[in-house]
Design a protein around this ligand. Structure first.
Ligand code: GP9
Ligand code: MN
Length: 626
């Protein structure tokens, strides 16, 4: 029988197959990539192939020895990229990004422990490379390929493109809007593969560096004038009312306002919140302003008083920018600042972005005990999350600014029998049905958390701010929502459904419902003023919600806006009192220009990284050649 001779195969094919198999083995052995079903496993398996075919295919244009040299070099470089990720992952439990390579503090951490991170057996990560070198050395002539003709090369690249699109198609089906939403890195690596992920990362990087390079401080002048003209003086009664108090900020996952004081199957959906708002300031016309960056956008908007971007997540695309976020300002005012969220720290690039926002500490997945018994869906359930967070809170230096991000009320709204405080809604729409019990569960978690805070004395020493991060029920479910609410969901109603609860609890203050139209962008100046910190010098697009001069105008990221009496969305102006379209000239028109400018100004700041030209004192830096 004829022995199978490796030398019969083109070297390119051998190199591709070896590296492909190796990459998959490395995925399974060196990274902790969560796989939920066989489709995801299949995507993970095929995802290195298209890129490897593309890159090694360049060798087809070369002849003889230079082709061999090219294959050997490429095999080494690709192995090195993979291995660098393995080493980085050992330390940071994360994949490399270009910004991270230039983040000297991270690299210094890594450098000092390189001895501990490397082992002799790591040479195994280069097995395929050694095999190829040995192979070429032993059979130099047999491995040399003749120059391929154009037809072969075209067919080869056509096949490569087909595989790439097939991979992308499967990935998009598994994780819609994968690329535009720039999800977390594990998700990207899992779906498009480690090599394509680096290309994508490089693309994001070059795009934002170009925009940044072209910007200079002069662009800030107009923006500054605009922001100054819109600045609202804080109210004398409220400024500094919570001076020195802790801040407990709670981002409530997918929580919309329509659940407040509402029943399903004759039972309250949020019994605790309904009670809590009676002892707090409750803003019932408060809108989320997020886009594709979802939770991360809400965090960005709330803490910077800037808008997110219309596509992608600022947390991913501009985590290297200079910001003047609430945590940074509070650090300077003697606060300890921490974010608490029991998910992968790299989700939404939080680990990097939080550094830019000025957080002192991020309590992420590794800081919590998470196992099968206490998690569901996306991870740790809200009740154990808050329970375990209280210990972290008690250990923090005071005063602290702490942000909690809940998770259980996340699509697809899964919940175990034991956590079902109310029964699902009864309709043909599973998403809407299951939304109510998870909102109810979150409400229970909040109740227990507040009770804990009371028990250990933190309640009286803290202001507690709860807000919904973004919608939970998308427009795709308008029909069922219409049935539930007993009205047709027109574009006007759909905009009104973008309201999320905002509750501000200040010890010693009585409850009050405030109807002012407001948005997430207003939270930063509001919180700072309550703590007695001046914001006149800041570039904030929102304003203090307690200011006597507060002007009702809230802008959503898609250009829709809401005023006291009108809603403008999808090119139509609606009268709030009737819900009907109006063409009255003094309804929406006076705000059109403002809406356009404001989003443009905010985008300019983010794309141009303009706050790097801004000094804390409020001056624009004269020397802008940074
Ligand atoms: C993930 C959590 C949910 O950590 O914040 O993110 P979302 O999908 O709502 O943006
Ligand atoms: Mn969210």
């Amino acid at each position: 029988m004829n022995k199978l001779k490796w030398s019969k195969f083109p070297l390119i094919a051998i190199a591709i197959v070896l590296l492909w198999i190796k990459t998959y083995i490395v995925y399974k052995t060196s990274f902790d990539i969560k796989i939920e079903n066989w489709r995801q496993e299949f995507i993970l398996f095929i995802n290195p192939l298209s890129f490897l075919m593309f890159i090694f295919g360049i060798g087809l244009f070369l002849k003889g020895k230079s082709q061999n040299r090219f294959i050997i070099t490429t095999s080494f470089l690709m192995s090195a990229v993979l291995f660098s990720n393995v080493v980085f992952y050992r330390f940071f439990n994360d994949f490399l990004t270009i910004p991270v390579l230039f983040q000297t503090s991270n690299m210094a951490d890594l450098g000092s422990s390189v001895n501990e991170l490397l082992e002799w057996k790591d040479l195994l990560y280069f097995t395929d490379f050694f095999l190829i070198v040995a192979f070429v050395l032993r059979r130099p002539t047999l491995t040399e390929q003749k120059n391929r003709n154009k037809v072969v090369i075209s067919a080869y690249y056509l096949l490569t493109a087909a595989i790439a699109f097939f991979n992308l198609g499967l990935a998009e089906a598994e994780r819609p809007q994968l690329l535009t939403r720039t999800f977390d890195r594990e998700m990207l690596v899992k779906n498009i593969g480690t090599y394509n992920y680096h290309i994508y990362d490089a693309f994001l990087q070059s795009k934002s560096s170009a925009q940044r390079a072209l910007a200079d401080g002069s662009e800030l002048v107009d923006i500054e004038n605009y922001v100054r003209a819109n600045y609202k003086r804080p109210s004398d009664d409220m400024f500094g009312i919570a001076k020195g108090k802790n801040v407990i900020l709670i981002s409530m996952e997918s929580t919309q306002s329509f659940v407040i004081n509402q029943e399903v199957n004759g039972q309250e959906i949020t019994p605790f919140l309904n009670q809590f708002i009676k002892e707090s300031y409750y803003f019932d016309n408060f809108y989320h302003q997020t886009a594709q960056g979802k939770t991360s956008d809400s965090e960005f908007i709330v803490e910077n008083s800037l808008y997110g971007l219309s596509r992608g997540a600022v947390f991913f695309t501009h985590s290297e920018n200079e910001y003047r976020a609430t945590p940074e300002i509070l650090n300077e005012n003697g606060y300890y600042t921490a974010s608490l969220h029991a998910n992968n720290k790299s989700f939404w690039n939080r680990d990097l972005m939080y550094d830019s926002l000025g957080y002192t500490r991020f309590y992420a997945l590794g800081d919590y005990d998470v196992d099968e018994t206490n998690s569901i869906g996306w991870g740790l359930k809200d009740i154990p999350f808050f329970e375990q967070s209280v210990d972290h809170l008690l250990n923090m230096p005071k005063p602290f600014y702490s942000k909690f991000i809940t998770l259980t009320n996340h699509f697809p709204f899964e919940l175990g029998e034991e956590d079902l405080y109310i029964q699902p809604y009864d309709s043909t729409n599973k998403t809407v049905n299951n939304y109510f019990p998870t909102v109810r569960y979150q409400d229970e978690a909040l109740k227990l958390f507040i009770e804990e805070l009371k028990e250990n004395g933190l309640y009286e020493e803290s202001i507690i701010i709860l807000y919904g991060d973004h919608y939970g029920i998308s427009e795709n479910h308008n029909k069922t929502m219409g049935e539930f609410l007993g009205k047709e969901i027109t574009p006007f109603e759909s905009t009104q459904l973008q309201r999320v609860p905002l509750i501000i609890h200040i010890p010693g203050q009585e409850g009050k419902v405030i109807h002012n139209v407001s948005g997430q962008v207003d939270l930063k100046p509001t919180i700072l003023h309550l703590l007695g910190i001046d914001t006149k010098q800041n570039i904030d697009f929102g304003s203090d919600l307690f200011s006597k001069d507060y002007t009702e105008f809230t802008l959503l990221r898609d250009g829709s806006f809401i005023t006291k009496d009108y809603v403008y969305t999808k090119g139509t102006c609606y009268d709030k009192s009737t819900g009907e379209a109006t063409d009255s000239a003094d309804a929406c028109e006076p705000y059109m220009e403002k809406a356009k400018n404001e989003l443009e100004y905010s985008d300019k700041i983010v794309y141009g990284d303009l706050l790097r030209f801004y000094e804390k004192s409020g001056n624009i830096k004269k020397d802008t050649n940074e």
